[in-house]
Design a protein around this ligand. Structure first.
Ligand code: ARG
Length: 399
């Protein structure tokens, strides 16, 4: 049923998606490979050449780093988006961008199908499939690894048979996914949650034993909820993230080791390296606590949790997400100011905060007797505030 059909495949240059190209070709389809650069930091391999050599009709390489930062990471920063309170959702955000590019490319080449290399056990298949349904309900999605049930040994044998390069080095037991906003390490010995991750799994963050003995300060400047300055210098979001990955990572900041609830019901053990995401969200939250009212902060916390969940669960291009974005955007109008962080041995601590529209008032808060706060108003306020509690106690006295 794929005979003669044009299929646009999300291509990573790795084994799985290379095998996919060949599988499509073998079935008489016309595979187009699309590689999207999200800052995964892969060495300059010739992905285009590789895809064409395996049998792609055409191959496209798109640099989407700036778009990723501005259209996907930026809203996630404003939303303080952390799934399970810890995972900054970099993989999920990346899948939405790639899905959009797949649809775009399908339109350009007149394809009826798009394809991805996700398995049937993960979250990514949901993100790709639901996004395609949202953006282009007429397109059909194929996931060969899931739909045609290929296991690893079969895949390697198939690759060898068809001259697809299989990594020559003894394969790493780990499964890695990375982009600008973070890096994940899964599988191998990590599948046993009793095992501490070996130092070699980490690439972006220093071991605490190796981290510098002297602390380092960084100053992040925000405008309307987005980080735009680093140590006083204006800097594009992509560069700011890269820089903070390096600086915070060098101090061992940003390691996450968690048990995560996948959408398909599985609990999985995940190890993440997210130095920039950790300090940016920490600083952003801190600035919000200085510039937003108590009510907005409390309500936004509920929105943030829902936002993280829908981002995780494939629902980025949905009306709920758009509505929550509108709420969040409204809250960010006054989130402008600077947060100073101290990085030291795996910790990032807030060392200073300032904002032109800070709601904090020293005149009100001071313990100095000349405070602007009218203490005489407190007793009356508390008497009414406590009225329901007193009433309840009186009615139920002696029970
Ligand atoms: N658990 C994370 C998520 O579902 C990261 C997964 C990264 N691994 C992968 N094979 N895509 O978003």
């Amino acid at each position: 049923m794929l005979e003669g059909k044009k299929v646009v495949l999300a291509y990573s240059g790795g084994l799985d998606t290379s095998v996919c190209i060949k599988l499509f070709e073998e079935r008489g389809a016309k595979p187009y490979a699309l590689y999207v650069d999200l800052g995964q930091g892969e060495s300059e391999v010739d992905v285009k050449g590789k895809a064409l050599k395996i049998g792609a009709v055409d191959a496209f390489v798109r640099d989407a780093k700036a778009e990723f930062a501005e259209e996907y990471v930026a809203p996630a920063i404003k939303a303080n988006a952390l799934y399970g309170g810890k995972y900054p959702l970099f993989t999920a955000l990346g899948r939405y961008l790639i899905s959009g590019k797949l649809v775009e490319t399908a339109r350009e080449v007149g394809a009826t199908h798009i394809a991805h290399g996700s398995t049937g056990k993960g979250n990514d298949q949901v993100r790709f499939d639901v996004t395609t349904a949202s953006l282009a309900p007429d397109l059909t999605v194929v996931a060969p690894m899931r739909d045609w049930k290929m296991n690893r040994p079969q895949e390697i044998e198939y690759a060898r048979k068809h001259g697809i390069p299989v990594p020559a080095t003894k394969e790493s037991p780990y499964s890695i996914d990375a982009n600008l906003w973070g890096r994940s390490i899964e599988a191998g010995p990590l599948e046993n949650p009793e095992n501490e991750p070996k130092p070699e799994v980490y690439e972006l963050t220093a071991d605490l034993e190796e981290a510098p003995d002297d602390p380092q300060y960084v100053e992040i400047g925000f405008e309307k909820g987005l980080p735009v300055r680093l140590d006083g210098e204006k800097i594009p979001l992509v560069d700011l993230i890269r820089e903070l990955n390096a600086v915070a990572g060098a101090h061992g900041v940003g390691r996450v080791d968690m048990i995560e609830d996948r959408l398909v019901g599985i609990k999985s053990r995940e190890v993440y390296e997210v130095p920039a995401a950790t300090v940016i969200i920490q600083a952003h939250r801190e600035l919000e606590s200085l510039t937003l009212t108590k009510d907005v902060l409390r309500f936004k916390a509920l929105v943030e949790q829902r936002y993280a969940e829908l981002t995780y669960e494939g629902l980025w291009f949905t009306p709920l997400k758009a509505a929550l974005d509108a709420f969040i955007e409204e809250t960010q109008k006054t989130v402008t100011g600077t947060i100073r962080l101290k990085l030291y041995k795996g910790n990032s601590t807030v060392a200073g905060r300032s904002a032109p529209k800070a709601l904090y008032s020293k005149d009100l808060a001071t313990y100095d007797p000349n405070s602007a706060f009218d203490e005489s108003a407190a007793a009356g306020f508390i008497s009414l505030w406590g009225l329901p509690a007193r009433q309840w106690a009186q009615v139920h006295e002696g029970e």
